[in-house]
Write a protein that binds this ligand. Structure first.
Ligand SMILES: Cc1cc2nc3c(=O)[nH]c(=O)nc-3n(C[C@H](O)[C@H](O)[C@H](O)COP(=O)(O)OP(=O)(O)OC[C@H]3O[C@@H](n4cnc5c(N)ncnc54)[C@H](O)[C@@H]3O)c2cc1C
Length: 395
């Protein structure tokens, strides 16, 4: 008789029920029957990063590694829509813009450099010059726009709903309001001790966002603490265009617009999801902000979006009251927890992780239950942070 016969042994226990944890459970449960998610709060808690109305999906990174991963992730989103029979992507496109009056060296703008990267990968966006932009987007002022039609917005509520419904169908147990007190090795298995009882599993995946270091702390002898810090958009506002021009700002005709040198992105109105144009001002990864003379959203509207200059606006307060999880070396943290063959972690998405969620979930499932992943994730190895300082370990 096995020593565990009296207890259910799960294939996988996921600690943290944000989008990364739910997608891990989604992929795992397509192949394995016994999967559980343990969430400290509630799924979709407004204070977590995976709560909101829209997130952009795009592949316009400067670094080809992230651009390729984003491209793969978009294919996985489409698969997700097919498998779940839902529409979660708003396929409005994403356009990076630049203006010589704001960024005089047009060859080194984020728009140009990310386009150069995508061109090398055979994923080039369409180029629109000032005249075309003026014609197509009369509210916009820019000298150039690089429009990727295979990009857009993710509808977060639709994603969470489709994930939870699918997990329920597949009999994945999603436990909310569960406080974990210890994670211990039990022979070849892992035991997660919680106030709702013990969970025994073959493998554990930790996707606890800002709670990740707290969970790692519960593993006796674990040296890993991830150097994640918090950041958030310095400003986010809803703009309500006047009724006579509202039709120009809806996602069937308006793409996501980004001018990352200025730290600004703009999401169009999405009918039934977001009844205003959302403008955010933040510290984008890969590029220093604050060199352009655009210091807030008002500056941006005045110089780049004159069509919204007279529109009513208000602060975004209903969503996005959460922080990005930035990593000291600005790379994802994804892989096995050093010293623990059956525990894996995914965190540190640099404020840009949502679009990668189906891919991250797939990688974590493959690592945990398929003994390895088809992706080269060596660069994201958590072991780079196992020095006693918590700083990146020099290679
Ligand atoms: C304002 C904002 C705008 C963003 N915009 C974009 C965008 O446009 N495009 C894009 O691609 N990405 C964007 N992102 C990033 C993206 O939303 C995040 O990378 C992603 O949601 C992270 O998901 P997660 O599951 O890792 O974290 P979370 O959603 O934070 O989930 C972690 C979960 O773990 C739970 N937890 C914590 N501790 C424990 C514990 N001890 N036990 C059990 N559970 C625990 C938490 O309650 C939480 O539910 C944005 C992020 C923010 C904050």
């Amino acid at each position: 008789m096995s020593m565990y016969e009296s207890e259910d042994v799960l294939d996988l226990i996921v600690v943290g029920g944000g989008v990364m944890g739910l997608f891990t459970a989604y992929h795992a449960s397509a192949a394995f029957g016994r999967v559980a998610v343990l969430e400290r709060g509630t799924i979709g808690d407004p204070t977590t990063a995976s709560y909101g109305r829209t997130r952009s999906y795009r592949k316009d990174y400067l670094d080809p590694v992230y651009a390729r991963l984003a491209d793969d992730a978009i294919a996985l989103w489409t698969d997700f829509e097919r498998v779940t029979g839902t529409h979660v992507l708003v396929r409005c496109g994403c356009m990076n813009i630049a203006s010589a009056s704001i960024t005089p060296d047009m060859s080194s703008t984020y728009a140009q450099l990310s386009t150069d990267t995508l061109q090398r990968l055979g994923l080039a966006p369409r180029t629109l010059r000032a005249e075309q932009l003026q014609q197509q987007y009369p509210y916009l002022r820019a000298d150039v726009g690089f429009l990727d039609d295979a990009a857009g917005l993710v509808d977060l509520a639709a994603v969470t709903k489709a994930l939870l419904r699918t997990l329920e169908t597949r009999k994945v147990a999603v436990h909310e309001n569960v406080e974990t007190s210890a994670v211990t090795q039990d022979g070849e298995l892992v035991r997660v001790h919680t106030d709702a009882g013990d969970f025994l599993g073959r493998k554990v995946v930790i996707t606890a966002g800002h709670g990740t270091n707290g969970v790692l702390d519960l593993l006796p002898g674990c040296e890993l603490q991830v150097p994640i810090t918090r950041d958030r958009p310095s400003e986010a506002k809803y703009f309500v265009p006047p009724p006579d021009v509202r039709g120009q700002f809806t996602s069937d005709v308006m793409p996501v617009i980004a001018y990352l040198d200025t730290g600004v992105y703009v999401h169009p109105i999405v009918e039934g999801v977001m009844d205003a144009v959302k403008i955010g001002y933040y510290n984008p990864p890969d590029i220093p902000r604050g060199r352009t003379g655009i210091d807030d959203i008002a500056d941006f509207v005045a110089q780049c979006l004159p069509g919204l200059a007279g529109a009513e606006f208000s602060d975004v307060l209903d969503v996005d009251q959460c922080d990005y999880d930035l990593v000291a070396d600005d790379d994802f943290v994804l892989g096995q927890v050093p010293g623990f063959a059956n525990v894996f972690v995914g965190v540190g998405w640099r404020g840009t992780g949502y679009k990668f969620a189906p891919l991250v979930g797939r990688v974590l499932f493959q690592l945990a239950l398929q003994d390895g992943t088809v992706y080269d994730i060596s660069r994201f190895d958590p072991a780079r942070f196992t020095s006693s300082t918590g700083k990146p370990v020099p290679s």
